[in-house]
Design a protein. Structure first.
Lengths: 459, 340, 396
């Protein structure tokens, strides 16, 4: 009604079109206002801002000068990084890092055999991407690859020698035998009848023979492929034994981290299930183990593994020096992993357990099919955080005499070839950047996963 | 799996042998079946045991291991060197991880008895000394009152240091580190006024400092440090093998047998030399070795003097004089019982 | 219903599938496996120890140690010290660095955590960078950095850096004047003690009054008067009985004063900054867990940002903060064992390092060390649980 009236009215002072939108006043929007709101809102804030600016202004240019502007990027020995030899102020000595880079990666691993380490690195990267990249296909195959095939191939490739090749032979034979078994089974599915039951078989029978049991068959084929390639390598190029005493650098750091991850996750799940179990003895033993390990520092666990493990086994089987900290780290990480997984188990609504039980699932089927997939999903951030801790903790093996990445840095610092006033700062900066990138990458991943999971819950 | 079976077989066979034969060394059997000698070495001390960039070990202590390997396998390369820190060297030997420890280890009563070890002779007569900066202007250890002294923890060095300063009623501050590298690093950075370890070690470590000429080794030797190869209690034949491998090197020097002339010595008429190279008598067999065991050692490793000069003496960067380590015939302490 | 199930006669046919029996079976199996494991490990150990002629038992505890330790809180020297005494020296050093580290890292952690949430852009960014860098770099590397790259390059004792109040800094550590109590000096300590007790009582009384009547008393001023002014007055009245022994150059090192070793300082800085990074995250999460309405309501009541944080947000956040804070304290204590890498004589360095090596009794030494850390862990979590319960009671 009113609209109609105004429309009709012939008054000239009534505006026909709306005003152009004005920009907000400078005191509310714009960079100046932002600065005022975020940097100078109160006397305290002004003081803090000025103090922070002072800290940044004094330290940042100095850091840039030291690590980039004045840095030495190439050279053959310490003469390149000595201020009085070069004739200018010298910052970080990156030439030293470049010169020792191979050593930082491989330790004393024989140069002619380093391609083996590279293959393992590539396989490790493949496995990590496969598992972490959410849209990667065939996750089950990926899990099988990372937790079964990768450890076996890494063992064979890195160590080599007659023992490893025999072991590879056994694995290959086993895979072949399984393959044969499944070929027979898919042609004559009745043989499985005892095990699976008619209902499930009904489905299998309707499929053509090559499609039956496709899950296990894929795994076996994949295993055959990997083992076959490995044994071809072994027979054509040969894999001479490289003693663990020669391993070092990032190889060992990643090895310890990977072993920790591969073994601590399944072990941690078992311990968490044990701790939540209704069977008193199993529960008690799990609690004792978890609380004991979490109550002592890793370094004492490593000392124990180093000095006491050899005592606990017959003398002939005295474990390898590298194996001991590996055992220690894996057990240690498992206890922490167990607590993370327990958190996930506790977060499962009771209805999930009851629903699974009402379907007639047994304990293991319930856990495998219903509870664990959900529980593990929600604790992925916690698991990744444990991995970050584990990765940082790998440095402690330095103390029991294993040449991990940090130890190789330390070892080169006492080498007179590169003894300059700035070598130490350079070496530590390089190590810090390496660890930071790895850990920070993992924590970014965990945050991303957390966000994705939260998105699902918010809806 | 097969490894396990193999190990079990070895264990079983050693058990049978131990009960059946008289002079059969369990360790020797194990080493032979393994095909390689496991030798505990240091984590890197120039002149005594240090790996080069390719991982080949050299040094005076290393040569003792090589001599044993040469005597057993006629091949000095059949040794796996396992770097052990001062802290876990004995545990490794006791647990059977290494067959022999040759790692600048001082022969002391408690190690010989309470720790259950046997010292198979002395490969180097050493003593503990001090290294200081030249510009400090100190010429005697007795003038180190109030000084900070860096040492490696868990060594006899640490104990000798306490004894020496206590006996001379001098106050000092000890700073102990877990590894030798850490200790040297701390000394070089100025954390300590003095660095103490065996005199041989001082000379070796001085080389690794950025300006070796700025540091001097003080004249005082505050302890007796006879260094030698070590084996476990309980295998006397193995003890004999290691002991006599070392003696063979010393005897070779005394008899004038060198790496270069050892093949000619096979034709020698001198009965002592004939016994040594195995052309007369059966001296290797009681130890479970061949009779040319000593010939093999000299052939592959050389005599004691050669090894000394090559690793720590005039042929090396360390340039340590023979001193106490000269043969007894030349006023030193190196003396080996005769082979007969 | 009941009649039909009775006809099936449950249990009889499915003894194998009875969960109870299966449960017993599994447990017995596990127990047997663990028992066998322990038995074989023990028998192997006994066998190996006997073969190696390593002494066993705890007899070494009273044996003379023969080595020196530079930092000791209780009298100890190589001539009269025993391994047991060395153990206590190491343990006290561990507790010293852990307790100071816990206090400092709590302050720093709270400060950084609050700074990260600050409206001040640059402050929150700096706090964020601090947290990210500290948390993602291994502690051992940070310790190496502090010890080898920061403290060791300090000048030697002859060129010590002079700090205010007669303190000196060089590569042998930090030297501070050593206060000596003259006659009548004890009175000052008594005055300080009295001030502390009186403040405590006054605070309790003032709180009660505030709860009952709403009147606020200036607790801060009273505390200042009692704790600072009173002892100072006594100090002057008694004729300034405290004298200081200043560190001075004598021979190679400084003599006099209290020496704080660089190993200790490096470990303390490393542990404090590292743990503070984690505490900051805990604090941030705790504060974020307090709903925004609380802050807005406090602001609406006219509280300024400072009191809002102190009176409204932090007390509520504490309930979320305390459990993870406890585990961070425990981590700090356990991480102090990394002292072994930089030569600080803590429990692990002295006991699992030197003593283990001199005696060769790995089993006993490692077992004792582990037992100590376990005890510390259990006791700390016990106290924290009690505190946690008290905090939780505030909620009605």
């Amino acid at each position: 009604m009113t609209d109609a009236v105004t429309e009709m009215a012939p008054y000239a002072f009534v505006r026909k079109e709306p005003l152009e939108q004005q920009p907000a006043p400078l005191s509310v929007a714009g960079p100046l206002a932002w600065v005022r709101a975020h940097l100078f809102s109160s006397p305290l804030n002004i003081a803090l801002t000025l103090l922070s600016l002072y800290v940044v202004a004094t330290s940042l240019p100095e850091l840039i000068r030291f690590y980039f502007v004045d840095a030495v990027w190439s050279g053959a020995n310490r003469a390149a990084c000595l201020a009085d030899k070069v004739g200018r102020p010298v910052g970080a000595c990156w030439a030293y890092v470049a010169d020792r880079f191979q050593y930082f990666i491989y330790g004393s691993y024989p140069i002619s055999q380093r391609w083996r380490v590279n293959i393992v690195f590539a396989m490790f990267a493949l496995g990590v991407v496969w598992l972490l990249w959410t849209r990667a296909p065939k996750k089950k195959l990926g899990i099988f690859f990372f937790f079964v095939l990768l450890p076996i191939s890494a063992y064979v490739l890195l160590l080599g020698g007659a023992g490893a090749e025999r072991f590879l032979g056994i694995c290959l034979t086993l895979a072949l035998a399984l393959a044969a078994l499944y070929v027979v089974l898919s042609l004559v599915p009745q043989l499985v009848g005892f095990h699976i039951g008619e209902a499930a078989l009904g489905v299998v029978r309707q499929l053509p023979a090559w499609k039956r049991f496709s899950g296990p068959k894929q795994l076996i084929l994949f295993a055959l492929l990997v083992f076959g390639l490995l044994s071809m390598l072994a027979s054509s190029v040969g894999l001479p034994r490289v003693d663990t005493g020669l391993w070092g650098g990032m190889t060992v750091t990643f090895l310890i981290a990977a072993v920790g991850i591969v073994f601590s996750l399944p072990l941690g799940v078992l311990l968490a299930l044990g701790r939540r179990s209704k069977l008193p003895i199993i529960q008690l033993l799990s609690v004792i183990f978890i609380e004991f390990v979490r109550g002592v520092p890793l370094i004492t666990v490593l000392f124990m593994a180093n000095t006491m493990l050899p005592l606990f086994v017959p003398q002939e089987y005295s474990p390898d020096r590298l194996l001991r900290p590996l055992v220690g780290v894996a057990l240690f990480a498992a206890a922490y992993m167990a607590e993370v997984v327990r958190g996930g188990l506790q977060a499962m609504p009771k209805g999930q357990y009851e629903g699974a039980m009402s379907l007639g699932l047994g304990y293991w089927s319930m856990m495998r099919l219903i509870i664990l997939p959900q529980a593990l999903r929600i604790v992925i951030p916690g698991i990744v955080n444990t991995f970050i801790g584990l990765f940082k903790d790998t440095t402690l093996v330095t103390i029991v005499g294993i040449f991990d990445f940090l130890r190789t840095i330390e070892a080169t610092l006492v080498d007179p070839t590169w003894a300059t006033p700035t070598t130490r700062a350079t070496g530590y900066a390089f190590a810090a950047v390496f660890y930071f990138l790895c850990c920070w990458g993992m924590s970014r991943y965990s945050i991303a996963v957390e966000k994705r999971l939260a998105a699902g819950q918010k809806r | 799996m097969k490894k396990f079976i193999g190990a079990a077989l070895v264990a079983a066979s050693t058990a049978i042998c131990a009960s059946g034969a008289l002079a059969q060394s369990a360790t020797l059997t194990q080493v032979k079946s393994r095909g390689i000698l496991h030798c505990g070495s240091g984590t890197g001390l120039a002149g005594f045991g240090i790996p080069d960039a390719q991982g080949n070990w050299s040094g005076l202590d290393v040569d003792v291991c090589r001599a044993v390997a040469a005597a057993i396998f006629n091949d000095p390369t059949k040794v796996k060197f396992i770097p052990l820190s001062a802290k876990d060297r004995f545990t490794s030997l006791q647990s059977g991880e290494v067959d022999l420890l040759s790692r600048t280890t001082t022969w002391t009563l408690s190690r010989d008895t309470a720790l259950g070890l046997n010292f198979a002779g002395v490969s180097y007569y050493d003593g503990q000394g001090f290294m200081v900066r030249k510009k400090l202007g100190v010429d005697s250890a007795l003038k180190l009152a109030g000084a900070s002294i860096c040492t490696q923890q868990g060594t006899t060095t640490e104990l000798n240091l306490a004894d020496y300063f206590r006996a001379n009623k001098i106050k000092y501050e000890v700073v102990a580190f877990a590894s030798n590298q850490e200790t040297v690093k701390a000394y070089e950075s100025g954390r300590c006024d003095a660095f103490t370890t065996d005199a041989s070690g001082l000379y070796a470590e001085r080389l690794t400092l950025s300006t070796p000429a700025d540091h001097i080794v003080l004249p005082e030797i505050i302890s007796k440090e006879p260094l030698g190869p070590v084996v476990r209690h309980g295998d006397d034949v193995w003890f004999d093998i290691v002991k006599w491998s070392l003696f063979a090197m010393v005897n070779a020097e005394e008899l004038g047998i060198t790496k270069a002339n050892v093949d000619e010595m096979l034709k020698s008429d001198n009965p002592e030399i004939k016994r040594f190279v195995g052309t007369e008598g059966k001296f290797g067999e009681p130890m479970g070795l061949t009779n040319d065991w000593a010939y093999r050692i000299v052939k592959h490793v050389g005599n004691y003097g050669e090894s000394f000069e090559r690793n720590v003496g005039s042929g090396s960067l360390l340039k340590i004089a023979r001193g106490q380590n000269a043969l007894w015939t030349k006023g030193g302490l190196q003396y080996a019982p005769p082979i007969r | 219903m009941s009649t039909t199930s009775a006809e099936v006669k449950p249990g009889k046919a499915s003894l194998l599938y009875d969960p109870k029996i299966r449960g017993y079976f599994y447990q017995i199996l596990l127990l047997a496996a663990v028992g066998f494991l322990i038995w074989s490990a023990a028998s192997n150990a006994i066998e190996n120890l006997r073969a190696q002629k390593i002494a066993s038992g705890f007899g070494f505890w009273h044996n003379a140690s023969g080595f020196d330790i530079n930092q000791k809180l209780i009298p100890y020297d190589a001539s009269s010290g025993t391994y047991g005494r060395a153990f206590w020296v190491g343990l006290l050093n561990t507790l010293l660095v852990a307790s100071i580290g816990i206090v400092l890292s709590t302050f720093l952690g709270f400060f950084v955590g609050v700074a990260r949430l600050s409206g001040n852009w640059i402050v929150s960014k700096i706090a964020m960078i601090y947290v990210e860098v500290i948390r993602n770099v291994p502690l051992l590397l940070q310790l190496f950095f502090w010890y080898n790259a920061v403290l060791k390059p300090l000048p030697n004792p002859r060129q010590s850096i002079e700090l205010p109040a007669g303190a000196l800094l060089n590569n042998r550590g930090l030297y501070i004047p050593d206060p000596q109590l003259g006659p009548g000096g004890g009175l000052i300590l008594w005055a300080l003690l009295f001030g502390l007790v009186a403040t405590f009582i006054f605070r309790a009384w003032a709180r009660k009054q505030q709860a009952a009547t709403g009147t606020q008393y200036p607790i801060g001023w009273v505390a200042l008067g009692l704790i600072v002014v009173l002892p100072t007055l006594v100090y002057f009245v008694t004729g300034r009985p405290i004298s200081f022994v200043y560190p001075e150059l004598a021979g190679f090192n400084l003599r006099g004063g209290i020496q704080i070793f660089p190993e200790f300082v490096a470990l303390l800085i490393g542990l404090t900054t590292y743990t503070a990074g984690f505490i900051a995250e805990v604090v941030r999460a705790g504060i974020l867990a307090v709903s925004r309405g609380q802050t807005e309501a406090a602001h609406a009541l006219g509280l300024r940002p400072g009191p809002t944080l102190k009176l409204v947000v932090i007390p509520q956040a504490m309930r979320v903060i305390i459990p993870p804070l406890t585990s961070n304290y425990l981590n700090l204590t356990k991480n102090s064992s990394l002292a072994v890498a930089i030569g600080y004589p803590d429990l692990v360095q002295v006991f699992t390092g030197t003593v283990l090596n001199q005696t060769g009794q790995a089993v006993e030494v490692v077992a004792i060390t582990m037992a100590v850390y376990l005890t510390i862990s259990l006791v700390t979590s016990l106290f924290m649980n009690i505190y946690n319960k008290r905090m939780a009671l505030v909620e009605r």
